[in-house]
Design a protein around this ligand. Structure first.
Ligand SMILES: Cc1cc2nc3c(=O)[nH]c(=O)nc-3n(C[C@H](O)[C@H](O)[C@H](O)COP(=O)(O)OP(=O)(O)OC[C@H]3O[C@@H](n4cnc5c(N)ncnc54)[C@H](O)[C@@H]3O)c2cc1C
Length: 465
């Protein structure tokens, strides 16, 4: 029943001429170089080039392209900047790839409402660079300079999600083009919305399989004046993870609460700019409008960490020291390359309720003891999210990594968690969807068929072929 539509049409010269008529001569390419550039994201899946890359400039371009593609049953895959980690934007059936590189403007900032309306191709770091002049920022932070369209489509999250929520919690309204070319507006600029079915949050996280986003209105937050980063180092994984639960239950409001295991810390130290204690540890960040409040937080967090047995607690308000700590976290994948040159990373991403987090980490810790491959753990612990990285070189190691990944995913689902906390389903997690969602997956498929009856939008993702 969940068989994806496969009898797609061929991109003929006549259709290419019609695409030229829609977007103009300079806004498409069928060269091998461009097709290869858009054939692969940051995941480990083999490249799969589109037949044509099209750069859209307007919503009308997208609408006309989709009408054309739908008529001829040509697959269409939207593309942000390809930083996904599960093959989400890879055009595995070829067809038309739509790039939003030329739709990257801020349309309007509503300073009094803490809102901004943007085009989907803008990078969130670029957006935040501009918003900083007004003392505002868009909180979700996936690390890579992802586009807003890619973040919404993947419901990306990151180190600040523990306080501000994922992308889904920070989107107010979208302009969306459906597979048949209809242009919809879903959601509104009101922060309270109780009107009709929640199409806004159906499109968010749908990975380009239900509609293409051409405009988004986002919630913003004020940039805090006072910030501290805290590093707490423990003798055991159990102590570090117990502290995560204690901090979450304490009433403190961390902006970031990250867990790093000994192996990960050791790997990070292979970067010459990083010098971490090689023990399980937490990186935290707290913000406040008054210095006094922050000093109280330091006292409280120090007490919690030392009661549980931290042997080093370092709190700093120094901008450079804070940046150094987060540098280590954000350059984890670079440290992986230094540690395992020539190998690739099989990156796991699961999340569980916070009370189950210690058991999940313990499960992974035990699994590692007998695993035939190294395993490194780091995660957005504050929201129950963990990533395990397995290095692999050849086909045999890939199979082992895939099996270890499956064991972690199945354990997370069994604990009431999810197969993916933030990277999305893409290609890689589709095999776990039936286990996680049961009959709800059939309902998802019905929605897909209603909105995209020809199955042209990002085929082969979320649902298994
Ligand atoms: C070093 C590194 C660290 C990362 N850390 C995190 C992290 O902490 N948290 C996290 O959540 N992710 C993380 N990621 C993954 C990635 O950055 C996010 O998933 C991000 O949202 C992808 O954005 P993108 O612009 O690259 O989109 P792409 O990868 O190009 O596309 C993502 C998905 O969105 C769809 N899409 C793109 N534009 C549109 C549109 N306009 N309309 C509809 N669909 C669209 C695509 O078809 C695809 O399904 C990390 C990646 C890297 C490389």
């Amino acid at each position: 029943m969940l068989q994806a539509e496969k009898n797609f049409g061929i991109l003929t010269d006549d259709i290419i001429q019609q695409i030229e008529g829609i977007v103009g001569k300079s806004n498409y390419s069928t060269t091998l170089a461009e097709r290869e550039l858009h054939s692969k994201d940051q995941s480990m899946y083999p490249p799969s080039p589109p037949d044509i890359v099209v750069w859209v400039e307007t919503t009308k371009h997208v609408s006309n392209l989709l009408q054309l593609a739908n008529t001829h049953r040509i697959p269409v895959t939207p593309w942000g900047v390809g930083t996904s980690l599960e093959g989400n934007p890879m055009p595995i059936y070829g067809g038309i790839l739509i790039s939003f590189q030329k739709m990257a403007q801020i349309i309007e900032t509503y300073t009094d409402d803490f809102q901004v309306t943007v085009q989907p191709g803008i990078g969130y770091k670029d957006l935040n660079g501009t918003l900083a002049r007004q003392g505002l920022f868009f909180p979700p932070d996936p690390g890579a300079n992802a586009t807003i369209g890619g973040m919404i489509a993947n419901n990306a999250a990151g180190i600040r999600t523990v306080k501000y929520g994922a992308t889904r919690d920070n989107v107010l309204s979208l302009q969306v083009v459906l597979a048949d070319g209809r242009i919809l507006r879903v959601g509104s600029r009101s922060v309270k919305q109780s009107s009709g079915y929640d199409l806004l949050h159906l499109i968010t996280g749908s990975e380009g399989t239900l509609g293409i986003i051409t405009e988004a209105t986002l919630k913003l937050a004020p940039i805090a004046e006072h910030k501290i980063a805290v590093q707490a180092v423990f003798d055991s994984v159990a102590q570090a993870v117990e502290t995560v639960v204690a901090v979450r239950g304490s009433g403190l409001d961390p902006v970031a609460l990250e867990f790093i295991d000994t192996y990960m810390a050791r790997m990070m130290n292979n970067n010459p700019n990083v010098d971490l204690a090689e023990s399980p540890q937490l990186f935290m960040e707290f913000h406040a409008t008054h210095e006094d409040a922050l000093n109280q937080t330091i006292e409280f967090i120090t007490e919690i960490c030392s009661d549980i047995g931290a042997h080093k607690i370092h709190a700093t308000a120094d901008t450079k020291e804070r940046a150094n700590l987060w540098y280590a976290r954000h350059h984890a994948l670079e440290s992986f390359q230094r540690t395992h040159p020539g190998k690739r990373a099989y990156l796991n991403d699961v999340a569980v309720p916070i009370s189950a987090y210690p058991d999940l980490i313990n499960f992974i810790h035990t699994l590692r003891e007998t695993a035939p491959l190294p395993a490194y753990m780091l995660g957005h612990a504050g929201d129950g999210n963990i990533h395990v990285i397995f290095p692999f070189g050849d086909e045999e190691e890939y199979k082992i990594a895939s099996e270890l990944n499956a064991q972690v995913v199945e354990q997370a689902i069994a604990m009431g968690g999810t197969a993916t906390g933030e990277h999305g389903v893409g290609i890689g997690k589709s095999r776990f969807m039936a286990q996680e969602h049961g009959d709800a997956l059939d309902v998802m498929w019905s929605i897909k068929q209603t909105l995209d009856p020809n199955g042209i939008l990002n085929p082969g993702k979320i649902f298994r072929d």
